[in-house]
Ligand binder design. Sequence first.
Ligand code: PNS
Length: 168
Amino acid sequence: MRIAVYPGSFDPVTNGHLNVIERAARLFDRVIVCVMVNAEKKPLFSLEEREGFLRLVCAHLPNVEIDSYGGLLAEYAKAHHCCTIIKGLRAGSDFEKEFQMAMINRRLNPDLESLFLTAEHQYMYLSSSAVKELGFYGADVSGLLPPQIVEQFKQRIRNISDDKENEK
Ligand code: PNS
């Protein structure tokens, strides 16, 4: 059985992520989407919330499982018998960082391959960070996020904006 892991912050999952998950699910017997910690980011949603969003939007994919892990990806992949790491690759800026991570993961676990799925053109510039920024400016994020999570996303943005307002 070919098992792949698709790791990420997913803060929150976007339509670009979902597109990669759907394509990976066609390539592998099982795909584990794993919410992980990116030490460089301060997330808007908790690990559990991000997992919950992924469960909701991947419910139609029978060979996709959702998990979370706070340790190293290479360790997780080994423990869960994953042969491949899936990553989505957007416009040029992703390449250097992803190349470095692939090398590090391979050094930690030489049996592990990284497989990059290029983003569909409509998602080429889509990122969770961009969606969050748009959200904070009150811009329309429909079409960027899966419809099942749009309301919860807007609510979180409203709560944070209200908290900031009250702090003034
Ligand atoms: O969606 P992101 O933030 O680009 O995902 C990055 C992520 C979470 C996959 C990466 O930070 C990661 O693999 N974190 C787990 C810790 C780890 O294994 N670090 C070593 C890779 S350099």
